[in-house]
Ligand binder design. Structure first.
Ligand code: SF4
Ligand code: SF4
Length: 327
């Protein structure tokens, strides 16, 4: 492991004293061979209900020294508290044109930056939560790269908060549009865990592939974006799962591994709840994450996240794959 600027970091002992006996990796199902629904490990809707709840509370005691944090948190809470529109009694049967118009206008107006739709799979909900909706819409919100690249300084975390605020608004806006057209819809927004894990449905809905740093990567935004979701029965057309050889790229790239101060990023895939995938050591990541407003180094240093890089990289990788196939 290459040394990086923050490698001398020593976790705050007050924080370490709050760690529960059980490992977050155990709760996540690291090493488990059977597929099962996830348990809440962090960002519990009520911190008192999760093993790492005292650490979640501690996160909010760290003063980032930027007033805008409080303002954005307050604005996000106001958005979340705003009641949803009433669901109209008669359902609109949307044409593809009408749906595409709504998507492109919403993107143009910055209500969200990317959208995908897929069938809801019950394995995505947290243990004990039953979801009766058939479909899930995933929305993406891109970070401003100049801000996110300042991670782990507080400006990086602030950018994450800005996008979570947009994510909350975007999901409500989309859900309200469906409801005003007669379709039941429930918005789900981060950072709290809510009812489901968002990464697996986002991958299915075409948001990209899982990177070594445990976040999704796509050529448009790299891994520099946040997600929110809407559950609905509205028969919106499904979007396609995408592959741009990101997985292959991660096998040969070590940037995030080397830049992660607590060395939390594994260099090989792990089996987690029956699925072999890239995985970040929760117990190693959390102390640094908590002390640095959510960290974000691994997202910022990922070459895919640099503006203008992703599509060229994806093209090169696809060409290389074609050449390999034909030789
Ligand atoms: S968020 Fe976690 S895994 Fe990513 S660089 Fe920071 S400490 Fe490492
Ligand atoms: S920094 Fe490299 S290894 Fe890490 S997620 Fe990005 S491409 Fe993959």
């Amino acid at each position: 492991m290459k040394k990086n600027f923050y490698n001398n970091y020593k976790p705050n002992p007050d924080q370490m004293a709050l760690f529960p006996k059980i490992s977050g990796n155990t709760i996540n199902g690291l090493g488990e061979r059977k597929i099962r629904n996830p348990d809440y490990v962090y960002w519990g809707n009520d911190p008192n209900d999760i093993h790492h709840g005292d650490l979640q509370k501690w996160f909010y005691t760290v003063d980032p020294g930027l007033k805008e944090y409080d303002t954005i948190r307050k604005e996000r809470t106001e958005i979340l508290q705003e009641p949803l529109a009433k669901t109209k009694k008669t359902k609109t049967n949307f044409t593809i044109n009408k749906i595409n118009n709504f998507f492109s206008k919403s993107i143009e107006n910055k209500f969200f930056d990317k959208v995908g739709v897929t069938k809801f799979n019950p394995i995505w909900s947290f243990k004990g939560i039953k979801i009766s909706y058939k479909n899930i819409v995933i929305l993406g919100f891109q970070h401003n790269y100049e801000n996110i690249k300042k991670s782990p300084k507080p400006e990086g975390g602030l950018e994450v908060m800005r996008q979570y605020k947009r994510a909350a608004y975007g999901a409500k806006y989309f859900a309200n549009w469906l409801r005003k057209n007669g379709w039941e819809a429930e918005p789900l927004t981060g950072p709290m865990s809510g009812k489901i894990t968002m990464i697996p449905p986002a991958i299915e809905a075409g948001f990209g592939e899982l990177g070594k740093h445990g976040s999704i990567i796509n050529p448009e935004f790299g891994s520099s974006f946040r997600l929110s979701a809407i559950l609905t029965d509205c028969p919106l057309p499904y979007t396609k799962k995408q592959s741009h050889e990101v997985d292959e790229f991660c096998l040969n790239c070590k940037i995030c591994e080397n830049e992660c101060p607590p060395e939390a990023i594994f260099d090989e895939k792990k089996t987690v709840r029956g699925i072999k995938k890239w995985y970040v050591d929760f117990d190693k990541c959390l102390p640094f994450f908590n002390e640095h407003q959510g960290c974000g180094i691994c997202i910022a240093v990922c070459p895919w996240s640099r503006p203008g890089i992703g599509f060229n990289l994806a093209n090169k990788l696809m060409k290389r794959k074609k050449r390999q196939k034909s030789s």
